[in-house]
Design a protein around this ligand. Structure first.
Ligand code: NAD
Length: 522
């Protein structure tokens, strides 16, 4: 009472953030299959990006809490790694069914904490669910190799063995899909896992934990800790954690890759992006513009596979005015509002950063064809909204091109030939995704062969591979050597044990004397 009437708002916020007083519910840790209230005195507010009201407070777990999560995973590993593969498969069957049943609930949580539209949030859950569905094939996926008769009465076989305790660190932009790239694959291979979701929207992960427990997953197989840098350092340094899967920004990814690798862990790190859409003059205009608008501004541009740069080749530049008109018509409002095309950015800081990068483009001489700054969204005046924005005649040296904007901003340029477009794409530091729009097969083939990018779409704007393939970023978008999900995901979460055995009948003629030369098995 006293606080409310005498302290300025900033002081109250600071006190709330420190955990001295609050009415918002808290997000729990998940240890040993129990939702546990943290004893920390450090808390992070999660705000609804459409209103900036606090929806939950996330603890920065204490060292003792994080250690107890690892202890739980370590203890569980002995038993879990020894369960039959069919038992693990059955849990995945139940888990995927429960995710489907709870799709709406998870999506609503994502919209509340992350801001994306409800339909987009369902897509977030669905793309993660597809990984869980794929995990249901684990008896085939985890098969090793065998070769009989490599020498007289001798056979060799390989087993894909789990690593032990592994960890996942996830970003804010796909609160369901990216955790689901990680822990289901890890556990179905026989590992146990520690997950640290983004401190900005951990709610989807917590619902998934509830469902995983309901699916019959035993205590300790997946544990969730929360936090910021201290929890990341804990994961990088803890000797019982054998591997780290990371998705997020360059800054964090480079750091985690280096610190984790130095400590002898496997690390896979998916990082930032600047994805180019190359528009050929022979492309189908209507479908290209439709796809471009969706891929540039969907999720308010907060996708690592957003098409954030358009390169118009030759006469396709004549389509730019129509592109601008289509982008202008998108409806910007809170993600749960009917007809919303794009919701708010994750935070006021993200909004400021995006607006500053737009201004940097203008200051450097780009043409601002559509300006989404200063947009007013009725009923959501405090939200972090930026409307669709298009900067044209952008030069590759400009900051709005060299930086990942991660907002609803399309930077665009004109070039005379496909070769010019390829040069620009390959000179960029990132290599996450790209798309070419054309009706010419030879053009498409040339582009797909010559661009140095992990995921290429031909008339497909966001070519995120389904889980029977892997998510394959290259250059500055990825660190490590084994990608997420698919066959590579199984490789990441297992190590190969090779067994060579000889079985001879009692009547076999044994050689006399011990051979001291290297066995050559002929
Ligand atoms: P982020 O790096 O800020 O956060 C990701 C995780 O790292 C969080 O759990 C956070 O707590 C932790 N973290 C943040 N800063 C850290 C630091 N300095 N040191 C150690 N840990 C830190 O990323 P974000 O803003 O949540 O997500 C957006 C970024 O993620 C964008 O750059 C986007 O391109 C990228 N992303 C990439 C992919 C991909 O597959 N390539 C997919 C989704 C998002």
């Amino acid at each position: 009472f006293v606080l409310r009437f005498v302290a300025p708002r900033q002081v109250i916020n600071r006190l709330l953030a420190r955990g001295y007083a609050s009415s918002a519910p808290t997000t729990k840790l998940f240890i040993d299959n129990e939702f546990v209230e943290s004893k920390t005195n450090k808390w992070v507010d999660v705000n609804n990006p459409a209103t900036n009201e606090v929806v939950t407070r996330v603890p920065e777990a204490t060292q003792a809490e994080m250690q107890s999560a690892v202890n739980s995973a370590k203890t569980a590993f002995a038993k879990w790694s020894d369960t039959t593969i069919l038992t693990r498969q059955q849990i995945m069957f139940k888990f995927q069914a429960l995710i489907k049943e709870n799709m709406g609930r998870i999506a609503a949580n994502i919209t509340e904490e992350q801001g994306k539209t409800l339909v987009d949030a369902e897509g977030d859950v669905l793309r993660g669910l597809q990984v869980v569905e794929h995990c249901c094939s684990i008896p085939s996926l985890q098969l090793g190799e065998t070769l009989y008769g490599i020498a007289k009465d001798m056979d060799t076989m390989t087993y894909r063995m789990p690593l032990g305790v592994v960890a996942g660190i996830t970003p804010f932009n796909f609160p369901a899909m990216i955790p689901l790239w990680m822990f289901p694959m890890a556990l179905v291979c026989g590992n146990t896992s520690i997950l640290k979701p983004s401190e900005r929207d951990p709610g989807a992960t917590m619902i998934l934990m509830e469902l995983l427990r309901e699916a019959g997953c035993p205590p300790g197989v997946v544990n969730v800790i929360h936090g910021c840098h201290d929890s990341v350092n804990f994961i990088c340094d803890n000797p019982d954690i054998k591997a780290i899967s990371f998705v997020g920004s360059d800054q964090a990814g480079e750091y985690i890759y280096e610190r984790g690798s130095k400590n002898g862990k496997r690390v896979q790190a998916n990082m930032g992006a600047k994805n180019h859409g190359v528009i050929m003059p022979d492309a189908n205009k209507d479908s290209t513009l439709t796809q471009l608008v969706g891929a540039a501004f969907g999720a308010a541009g907060q996708r690592c596979m957003a098409l954030s740069t358009a390169i118009f080749v030759g006469d396709s530049k004549n389509w730019i005015p129509e592109l601008v008109e289509r982008a202008r018509k998108l409806k910007v409002t809170a993600g749960h509002e009917p007809g919303s095309d794009l919701g708010p950015l994750i935070s006021p800081e993200a909004k400021d950063r995006v607006c500053n990068l737009i201004q940097a483009g203008v200051d450097a001489g780009a043409d601002l064809l559509l300006d989404g700054r200063g947009i007013k969204v009725p009923g959501y005046e405090k939200g972090n909204f930026v409307g669709p924005t298009i900067l044209h005649q952008v030069d590759p040296s400009m900051k709005c091109y060299t930086e990942e904007i991660f907002g609803p901003v399309l930077v665009s340029m004109e070039v005379p030939t496909l070769d010019d477009a390829i040069k620009i794409v390959n000179a960029n530091r990132y290599g996450n995704g790209t798309a070419i729009f054309t009706t010419n097969g030879a053009t498409a083939r040339k582009y797909t062969m010559e661009c140095d990018v992990g995921q290429v779409g031909v008339n497909v704007p966001i070519p995120v591979p389904l889980p029977m393939f892997s998510f394959t970023g290259s250059r500055g978008s990825f660190r490590g050597d084994t990608n997420f999900y698919g066959k590579q995901g199984i490789q990441f979460y297992t190590q190969v044990k090779t067994v060579t055995q000889m079985w001879r009948g009692e009547d076999a003629q044994l050689s006399t004397g011990s051979a001291t030369a290297m066995p050559v098995m002929r």
